[in-house]
Design a protein around this ligand. Structure first.
Ligand SMILES: *Cc1c(COP(=O)(O)O)cnc(C)c1O
Length: 421
């Protein structure tokens, strides 16, 4: 059984890891979270940077308050594309001219999925992972219904195995073999998450994209749980389409707009369904009919949410300063410590690990499973330890690398152990 000796060993280990951590100092660049003992949900809502308040204040006084409407011409009209290119360069391996910031992830999923299926006439299905995030599945369901297509689900556990086998299947994520079995000449579009929102498993973007392309299908990657956490190589993987959140690991704040990527050679052949003036070829021409702009502007619909684009700029600075490779290495170190602590403290209590053990195959959060976790999470929140609960029985411990210390990660696992007991 576990006891004070295991706890002391783990505390020493966390301290040593923090001392050796080249990125440890970045934790102080974030707004101190008053009263919070451990914030373990940066993968759902990233913390604000200390300089976010000043950035917003300057904006109110300057670009908005003084430059007023002139700021549209001076900078705001191009901001969605400039910021998109920056995300492309710093975080997702996309050359300029392929990424735009606009709308929400949900709306962007709808626009890109609709455009993709319309570009593959004669194909009658969309393939999605059955356990993908609800909004991804719901939008796919709606687009399939609107276009008269079938929605086919890749189920991680088609055999309906027992719960241990199901956990293993879930934690492994979608494989190339799963995709090879599901995608065919009937498939217009495959929709997958790069990092699974439940297990944190990383899908093999390069191999899966190649497999889908072998059958002539397009692939839409959801990067919500990978952007800002690990190097994504959209161009190098030959990806077609991608969307992602900016309020998770890009710390853009609640409701910050999403980004979308459309590979350069596909842009002219894709027509998104929300035709608005900001996506028109001649934005201020006040034309009689819609004619889409060239390039990524065609994927914009209405006025860009400029305010929501400010905080993420500070986080992109930080990621650039730290280097995305080092951010990823720290994620592996933090999740590695959480797995070690799980082995010592939680496994003996019958808690299951729902995340891959191989650091190469997991993202920035670790998920544990136990029947009692819904109650446990309520108890933890009452103690200002903040992970989140995901049905049916998972606690996600999110370890956003630049804002989390090893000591903080360990505090989370220790608190879960106590809350079960
Ligand atoms: C967080 C998340 C979303 C959120 O979509 P919104 O439109 O911002 O609400 C979508 N998909 C995945 C996989 C996510 O993790």
């Amino acid at each position: 059984m576990t006891g004070p000796a295991e706890d002391a060993d783990l505390l020493d280990r966390a301290r040593a890891l923090d001392e050796a951590d080249e990125l440890a100092g970045f934790v102080d660049r974030f707004e101190p979270a008053a009263g919070v003992a451990a914030y373990l949900d940066g993968n759902s809502l990233g913390r604000p940077l200390r300089d976010t308040a000043e950035r917003l204040r300057e904006f109110v006084a300057g670009d908005w308050g003084s430059r007023l409407i002139r700021s549209w011409d001076e900078q705001w009209m191009e901001l969605p594309f400039e910021l998109g290119d920056r995300i492309g360069r710093v975080a997702i391996g996309a050359a300029p001219g392929q990424t735009v910031v606009a709308d929400s992830t949900t709306v962007m999923l709808y626009k890109l999925m609709s455009a993709a299926v319309a570009a593959r006439p004669g194909r009658d299905e969309i393939v999605i992972e059955g356990g993908n995030f609800p909004t991804d599945r719901f939008v796919a369901e709606g687009v399939a219904a609107a276009h008269g297509l079938t929605l086919k689900r890749i189920e991680p556990d088609p055999a309906g195995a027992d719960s241990a086998a199901l956990s293993a299947a879930l934690s492994g994520g979608v494989t190339v073999a799963d995709v090879a079995a599901a995608v065919s000449e009937r498939t217009a579009l495959l929709v997958l998450s790069h990092v699974d929102y439940r297990s944190g498993a990383i899908a093999d973007m390069r191999a899966i994209t190649a497999e889908a392309h072998r059958h002539g299908a397009l692939v839409l990657w959801d990067l919500c749980h990978s952007v800002g956490l690990l190097p994504v190589e959209l161009d190098a993987c030959g990806a077609d389409l991608a969307v992602g959140c900016t309020y998770k690991y890009l710390n853009g704040g609640p409701g910050a707009p999403a980004f979308a990527y459309v590979r350069a050679d596909l842009q002219g052949g894709l027509a998104q369904p929300i035709w608005g003036w900001m996506g028109a070829a001649d934005v201020f021409g006040m034309r009689e009919r819609y004619e889409p702009a060239a390039g990524m502007r065609a994927f914009v619909s209405g006025t860009p949410p400029v305010l929501g684009m400010l905080p993420m700029q500070g986080m992109l600075d930080l990621i650039e300063e730290a280097g995305i490779e080092r951010v990823r290495a720290k994620a592996a170190s933090l999740t590695g410590l959480a797995v070690e602590a799980y082995d010592a403290l939680l496994a003996p209590l019958g808690v299951r690990l729902l995340t891959p053990r191989d650091p190469e195959r997991r993202g920035g959060h670790v998920t544990f499973g136990h029947e009692g976790f819904e109650t446990v999470v309520k108890r933890l929140w009452a103690e200002d330890v903040i992970p989140d609960f995901r049905r049916p029985d998972g606690i996600r411990v999110g370890l956003s690398p630049l804002s989390t210390s090893h000591a903080g990660a360990l505090r989370g696992v220790l608190a879960i152990r106590s809350a079960i007991g």
